[in-house]
Design a protein around this ligand. Structure first.
Ligand code: CUA
Length: 311
């Protein structure tokens, strides 16, 4: 899967196309006005007198700005009206809850089972509008995938809707766009756009509860015991694992299938996972996850192996 730039100027969806066009036209208008004013300044400094002062006042001070600004206003209003409205009638509906400093992502199981909950990753089918219901569990955050759509603020106590559509498959980085505390900068999310069948297969896999580590994988089995001893279940949920139903931290049911860890802070790899568990504060100072300084290297290794095979 290709990683696309986190850029408004590389749009990959209908709304992002509109926004990029608005940005270019506004920037073009601003450059023209700036150039015109500079030419007039130079002429003024040289003491050239081309027309009467009164014409400068009426023409340059009133007529020109009214014409140019009205044209830009009309363009931006008409073009802006073409941005998609949030509609909960879209086939795919996803709830995203912003938290300090990660994203909880929730899908309804098409088979009628419990909700499918993951973290920091939104998967969508290519070429299809998708409804996102956005809310916040603590302070104001803002949801922004620059290559796909505009920003939508997430205000505690309110539900905000938006339509998201990607016209090309790939991974699009999103960033919290409202200052929300110490780790605001490391509050990223990745939107993964896949073909319809790939998306359906992924969703079916995510709907399944986690299976226990296979008997042949003794390292992962040891990791599971370490997970229990460390009381990870006080905060995390693993569907299918009895008693692991904490609601404070990210759901870990299929954590091994995610591309990134800790809201985009690291790629999801064994070494990064071990470093994160051992001392999350070294990577994201201020996070709620406690360090596991008492874990031996072997236990840490086993714990990471257990989590990694939760796919
Ligand atoms: Cu959340 Cu900034």
């Amino acid at each position: 899967m290709t990683d696309h730039q986190q850029s408004v100027l590389h749009p990959a969806g209908p709304d992002a196309e509109t926004i990029a066009q608005l940005a270019w036209v506004m920037a073009g208008g601003a450059v023209l006005i700036f150039a015109g004013v500079m030419v007039l300044c130079v002429m003024g400094l040289r003491g050239r007198r081309v027309v009467h002062a009164r014409w400068w006042l009426w023409g340059g001070g009133i007529a020109l700005p009214v014409l140019v600004l009205s044209a830009l206003l009309a363009f931006s209003t008409l073009r802006g009206a073409q941005l998609s409205m949030p509609s909960s009638r879209h086939a795919v509906k996803i709830a995203v809850v912003a938290r300090m400093w990660w994203w909880e992502v929730r899908y309804t199981d098409p088979a009628g089972g419990p909700d499918i909950v993951l973290a920091n990753e939104v998967r969508i089918p290519v070429g299809q509008p998708v409804y996102l219901g956005l809310s916040s569990a603590d302070v104001i955050h803002s949801f922004w995938v620059p290559a796909l759509a505009g920003k939508v603020d997430m205000v505690p106590g309110r539900l905000h809707g938006m339509t998201l559509q990607a016209d090309r498959a790939g991974v699009y980085r999103a960033q919290c766009a409202e200052y929300c505390g110490q780790q605001h900068a490391q509050m990223a999310l990745h939107v993964v756009a896949q073909s319809g069948p790939e998306f359906a297969a992924w969703l079916a896999l995510q709907a399944r509860p986690a299976s226990p580590p296979p008997a042949s994988d003794s390292l992962a089995a040891t990791g599971r015991r370490v997970f229990e001893q460390q009381r990870c279940a006080a905060c995390h949920t693993i569907r299918g694992s009895a008693g692991v139903q904490g609601g404070l931290g990210p759901d870990l049911t299929h954590v091994g299938s995610r591309l990134y860890l800790a809201a985009g802070a690291r790629r999801n790899e064994r070494g990064a996972l071990e470093a994160w568990i051992a001392d999350p504060h070294a990577i994201k100072p201020g996070v709620r996850m406690p360090a596991s300084a008492d874990l031996s290297r072997a236990d840490l290794h086993a714990l990471a192996a257990y989590l990694e095979q939760l796919k």
